[in-house]
Design a protein around this ligand. Structure first.
Ligand SMILES: [Zn+2]
Ligand SMILES: [Zn+2]
Length: 745
């Protein structure tokens, strides 16, 4: 039995309290030796009879560590008298950028302890929790390279920092009321309101129905109680958009159905927003008019303290930004940009270096990859080149690949306006600098006009990197697997090989050689992007003719507008052709009167899903065709059945009419998904490939995803998704890197 050895642990070992963790295990097991951080690994020299138990314990690591490998080497010499933590050596840039960690149980205990240095302190943290990426200006992660550098430690904090037996030993974010950052309350214009206890004051204001901007970990939230939801929507001009809420753990159970998997996420150190089914679909409609509601638990000391003083158990907490734009992070910016939306501002003086929205999860799938998860590091072998993936246009992020790891940034937004493009460029610059990246290859979307494409071209011209365009839906598949597969991508829109708008695609082959073998029928989008905003246009594009015309006329469309729409479709002018899954769902939402104007991303399809959740699906006949060698599923045929049923339902009285429409929504989703699964299973048989992968934003729709999963499994095939990355466009930058990396082989 081994009684000594040098243990080398590689992975995410910085900023996660690894050394104090090792120290504690060594003390428990009577191990003598040393531990130190060399940048990319932890190196432990250990002597003792209980070495095997010690090795097993340290191999698991502290909760936030991600261990890639553990290696044991022989060790000569005599042990030191006890166990010591040695100074870090600044190793080469290691690619270890720690993400934020929600307040741990111990720190929560400290905040609410009857006495102690941390009682009531809003920025309490330790080696196991606290801000990380949001405050980092450089690596390795040390206090002088964070925005905590301007807060010199008081003697008490310094003593804990250097005490190996303390939980705050080497905690870079250690701070207390005497030496750390402070809160202040401001009016809407940014003028300070003197207050001895800004948190209690803020809680009182919220309880009174006021709307506050609250500066948190990665940016500002706009917060208010449920009672002020209507007023908030009015001020933000977002009357339909569902808001996320922060709730106490006790109240959560009353408003939402929480599965054990959801609970695990909710209580994890990530503490993301979970999109959960409401307990009562008709409750909290002012907060969310869907059957779901986005919920998170308090994750920072500030939140815990706020909820302890509030009489309401629930706060709306929405990111302070226009949808698709970067979140507001600076206090003076909040005073300028949010003056019309909020009554007061609760802020602090710790600089947010790197913006980080809340992460969003649904059914275990990441919708928004951000706080607590990103920067996300994945071990993957793409060879030697250094690759940058700049992402698509909407819901973008970036990925940098270097030396066996892909690192994906937090959510950036819709790269279709100058502020978001600037944020994208800053993120590329910053993460590139952290990783010491020198790009050999820059991968971008195939769309020639995207701002991200133009930026990729400029950067390539400046650095001499090679450019690789990657078709949007193939990048989706590449984000799931590099093995031979049938790849299904169902989403809103992406630029296709033929310049058409793709979005219901089935590929066959192996990245980077994927043939388009099947897709949804191509239908016109009259007026191009206008058809996205007004889904009734899409409905007419799919089902042109007298019946749809009279439906629209009955809803207030005037003769002139209808005439224009009719001519556009008849003559195919101002029309884009699309195989998008999202647009077809939009059209049905419009048909059923569920959503006539899209006011936020994905609204029509999400409302259709909510309606469908109340309905029962029936099997409808499916029609297939062929176009340019690809098999197609006729969405027109499905829409015709839906329209017939809809017309029939108009004769029913309430509530039967409502039930009938819910059944149409459920049936449409079910049969569309069934058709897609059939196309994929047929392709798998034809090409002799037993694995089918699924990606794309429509796959967040539980009914559609599960119907496809079942269809594929029933065909005896292997079904694969990648829950490590978003199903939506947050996986594209990673997929672009994978695609470009495999091209180079
Ligand atoms: Zn802690
Ligand atoms: Zn202090």
């Amino acid at each position: 039995m081994r009684t000594r050895g040098r243990i080398l642990i590689r992975g995410i070992v910085q900023g996660v309290g690894f050394r104090p963790f090792v120290y504690a295990r060594a003390t428990d097991l009577g191990i003598r030796g040393t531990v130190r951080n060399t940048g990319s690994q932890v190196e432990i020299d250990a002597w003792g009879d209980r070495f095997p138990a010690f090795l097993a314990a340290v191999s698991r690591g502290p909760p936030m560590a991600r261990i890639d490998s553990v290696q044991v080497e022989s060790l000569a010499g005599d042990p030191p008298p006890g166990f010591a933590i040695l100074q870090s050596t600044e190793g080469a840039l290691s690619g270890l950028i720690p993400p934020e960690i929600a307040t741990c149980r111990d720190c929560t205990g400290d905040i609410f302890a009857p006495s102690g240095r941390y009682r009531g302190y809003w920025a309490t943290s330790c080696v196991n929790c606290g801000p990380r990426y949001s405050i980092i200006t450089g690596l390795p992660y040390d206090r002088e390279r964070t925005s905590m550098a301007v807060f010199p430690m008081c003697p008490s904090c310094a003593a804990e920092y250097s005490d190996p037996s303390c939980r705050r030993h080497h905690a870079q974010t250690i701070a207390c009321p005497d030496c750390g950052p402070q809160l202040s309350l401001l009016d809407a214009r940014g003028t300070p309101i003197p207050s001895p206890d800004p948190i209690s004051e803020a809680a009182q204001l919220l309880d009174d129905g006021r709307i506050l901007a609250i500066r948190g970990i990665g940016g500002f939230h706009i917060a208010c109680t449920g009672n002020s939801a209507g007023e908030l929507k009015r001020r933000l001009g977002r009357t339909e958009q569902p808001f996320a809420v922060m709730v106490t753990p006790e109240h959560l159970e009353r408003i939402a159905c929480v599965s054990p998997e959801d609970r695990e996420w909710l209580e994890s150190p990530v503490r993301p927003i979970l999109v959960l089914p409401k307990r009562d679909a008709d409750s909290l409609t002012a907060v969310s008019n869907l059957h779901t509601i986005g919920c998170m638990l308090p994750y920072a000391p500030l939140h815990h303290l706020l909820f302890a003083r509030l009489s309401h158990p629930l706060l709306i907490m929405t990111s302070a930004n226009h949808p698709g734009y970067p979140m507001v992070t600076e206090t003076d910016e909040a005073g300028e940009k949010l003056a019309g939306s909020v009554d007061f501002i609760l802020t602090h003086n710790r600089r947010i270096v790197n913006r980080c929205d809340d992460s969003v999860i649904r059914d275990g799938f990441i919708i928004r990859l951000s706080r607590g998860i990103a920067p996300k590091r994945t071990r993957i072998d793409l060879g030697f080149p250094c690759i940058l993936g700049v992402g698509p246009e909407l819901n973008s992020n970036i990925t940098v690949y270097a030396g066996g790891f892909a690192v994906t940034s937090p959510h950036i937004g819709h790269v279709r306006n100058p502020p978001t493009l600037t944020y994208l460029q800053e993120t590329v610059e910053r993460i590139g600098r952290f990783l010491g990246a020198r790009y050999d290859v820059i991968a971008h979307d195939l769309h020639p006009q995207f701002l991200s494409t133009r930026y990729a071209r400029e950067l390539a011209a400046a650095t001499g990197a090679a450019l690789i365009p990657v078709q949007h839906h193939r990048a989706h598949v590449a984000a799931v697997t590099t093995h031979p597969c049938i790849g299904i991508t169902i989403d809103g829109v992406g630029y296709g090989d033929d310049g058409h708008v793709w979005g219901g695609e089935i590929f066959s082959g192996q990245v980077p050689d994927l043939d388009r073998v099947a897709h949804l029928e191509e239908v016109p989008m009259p007026g191009g992007d206008l058809a996205t905003r007004f889904p009734e246009r899409m409905l007419y594009g799919i089902l042109p003719g007298a019946e749809t015309r009279s439906l629209l006329a009955g809803r207030g469309w005037d003769e002139i507008a209808l005439g224009v729409l009719e001519r556009q479709v008849d003559r195919s002018v101002h029309v884009a052709w699309t195989s998008s899954t999202g647009r077809v769902l939009d059209a049905v939402a419009a048909m059923l009167g569920t959503c006539r104007e899209r006011t936020y991303d994905g609204e029509p399809a999400m409302r259709l899903e909510s309606l469908a959740a109340r309905g029962t699906a029936r099997t409808w006949p499916l029609e297939y065709g062929t176009l340019d060698g690809c098999r197609t599923l006729s969405t027109r045929a499905l829409c015709r059945v839906a329209f017939r049923e809809y017309t029939r339902s108009a004769e029913l009285a309430l509530p039967e009419r409502g039930k009938a429409r819910a059944d149409i929504a459920a049936s449409f989703q079910y049969n569309l998904a069934r058709g897609i699964a059939t196309l994929a299973a047929d392709a798998a048989r034809e090409h002799g490939i037993p694995t089918v992968v699924l990606s794309g934003g429509v796959a967040y729709n539980r009914a559609i995803r599960e119907t496809i999963r079942t269809g594929i499994a029933d065909a005896g095939l292997t079904f694969l998704m990648n829950p490590e990355y978003p199903l939506g466009d947050g996986c594209i930058s990673f997929g672009q890197c994978v695609w470009a990396g495999t091209m180079g082989r």
